[in-house]
Design a protein around this ligand. Structure first.
Ligand SMILES: [Zn+2]
Length: 456
């Protein structure tokens, strides 16, 4: 039996792990490398294995850095079955089609500048990948992958439908259990159930994104969020919330819903959701109540909308988005992208950052080198859409909405698995990964390098 790491090894993106057992090849995730150009260039490189020889792909969740290279995998010859939870199936379709569109647009832009402009993959590739989705996984129910190999999905609490995947492997009388954590969510989220890994496994492959720090408690973050909105409304400005389309948007909508019900914010507060992808993702959430906390599921099945607000308006069309430039105050505007590297939020920032009455509330991770990070770090002006924009609006960073477990929850998760043999840490930068490895001592911990293989 063999385990190889072809992505998210000593890095946070591009998750892709290969298991070989009893003549079968099983891939867990096939994500996009994201970040600066030299990292994104890795997407076009060979996978490190032959896509046509992969029998089954198990998908932990629908984030781009876990499913984003699936269309490329199919383009290069993968003809096996993709197994995922029903919610992951729906969300991955949306994420892959959006990604294909963005690649096509980037290709056209490059061509206009006289460059080759070949898209990494296109919409047809994404649709071919959608066609490879086969059986859907229910939490806790084993799925037969091949004789002597089963896969069981467990709640990971990270985004809707996210899973940790347990592989039980048999080869020539030897048995091994191998658990892939996927991305692990924190405890006590607004919408999702807590992670629930199986207990007693031989080997764990585990994420380590926040292996060196904890987040602020969610309750404090909600209080801060409502206070920032009230203060902005009093001044007469707008609240701009750069959001990530999956999970974060729905959590914020629910937080606003709850805030209005508790009179923490005005009940009729105008809220604009200005992101076609977030609008589609929110509909998918409504179709999967069984993947949400029981109290949220009960709201949906009894006909109440946990993401609904009296003042909510969704803007799919670009023309409607542009009209929001005329809203000079008194509204919350949610738009992507979360790190302000693209998307409609850039226009809202251009109109609101120079206004000292407005505010920008960051609720997610802001990577080095992004406009979001520059604003968070206190820049007096930033470059957006080719213009220099002064930053006079008040800026808030609220980190309790994280979709990733902090250090304490990661350690607790690992303890619950009662891992018997060894742990491989993936999906983390150098510093947090090292810190988590030290915290897990005396467990045997490895930090694999890209394309490294291990006999198990
Ligand atoms: Zn994720």
């Amino acid at each position: 039996m063999k385990l190889s790491f072809h992505g998210a090894a000593r890095g946070v993106t591009g998750s892709c792990h290969l298991v070989e057992c009893a003549g079968k090849k099983i891939l867990v995730d096939c994500g996009m490398f994201q970040g600066p150009r030299e990292i994104e260039e890795e997407n076009a490189a060979p996978f490190g294995f032959s896509p046509g020889q992969i029998d089954v792909l198990l998908l932990t969740h629908a984030h781009l850095d876990h499913c984003g290279r699936l269309p490329l995998l199919v383009q290069r010859g993968f003809r096996g079955e993709i197994v995922a939870t029903p919610a992951t199936h729906d969300l991955a379709r949306l994420v892959m089609l959006d990604s294909a569109y963005l690649h096509e647009e980037a290709g056209k832009r490059a061509q206009r500048h006289g460059k080759p402009g070949d898209a990494l993959y296109d919409t047809m590739d994404a649709l071919d990948a959608v066609d490879r989705f086969g059986r859907t996984a229910r939490y806790g129910v084993p799925i037969a992958i091949a004789p002597g190999i089963t896969a069981t999905f467990f709640e990971a609490g990270h985004i809707l439908g996210s899973a940790s995947i347990l592989l039980e492997l048999s080869e020539e009388g030897r048995h091994k259990s191998l658990l892939f954590s996927g991305d692990i969510g924190p405890q006590d989220r607004l919408l999702l159930n807590d992670p629930a890994p199986p207990e007693g496994v031989d080997i764990v492959v585990m994420e380590s994104t926040y292996g060196d720090r904890d987040h602020r408690p969610l309750g404090n973050s909600l209080t801060e969020f409502y206070a920032a909105i009230r203060a902005t409304l009093t001044r007469g400005g707008n609240v701009i919330v750069p959001t990530f389309a999956l999970e974060r948007t729905q959590e914020i909508l629910f937080a606003l819903h709850q805030g209005a019900a508790q009179n923490a914010i005005p009940r009729t507060l105008p809220v604009y959701l200005d992101s076609p992808m977030a609008i589609s993702a929110t509909r998918i959430f409504g179709r999967h109540p069984d993947a949400l906390r029981p109290e949220i599921a009960a709201m949906i099945t009894s006909g109440r909308d946990p993401f609904g607000l009296p003042g909510l308006k969704v803007t799919r069309e670009a023309a409607d988005s542009m009209k929001l430039n005329e809203v000079h105050g008194g509204a919350v505007i949610m738009a992507g992208s979360g790190m302000c590297t693209g998307g409609r939020v850039r226009h809202h920032l251009r109109h609101n950052l120079p206004n000292p009455d407005s505010s920008v509330i960051f609720i997610g991770f802001a990577a080095e080198g992004t406009p979001a990070r520059a604003i968070v770090d206190g820049a007096n002006e930033i470059k957006l859409l080719g213009k220099t924009i002064p930053v006079r609006a008040s800026v808030h960073t609220i980190n309790g909405f994280s979709a990733h477990a902090g250090r304490k929850d990661l350690i607790a998760w690992h303890n619950r698995t009662k891992t018997r043999e060894r742990t491989f840490l993936v999906h983390g930068e150098e510093k947090p990964m090292k810190a988590l490895a030290e915290a897990l001592a005396p467990a045997r911990v490895d930090r694999p390098r890209p394309h490294q293989s291990f006999e198990i």
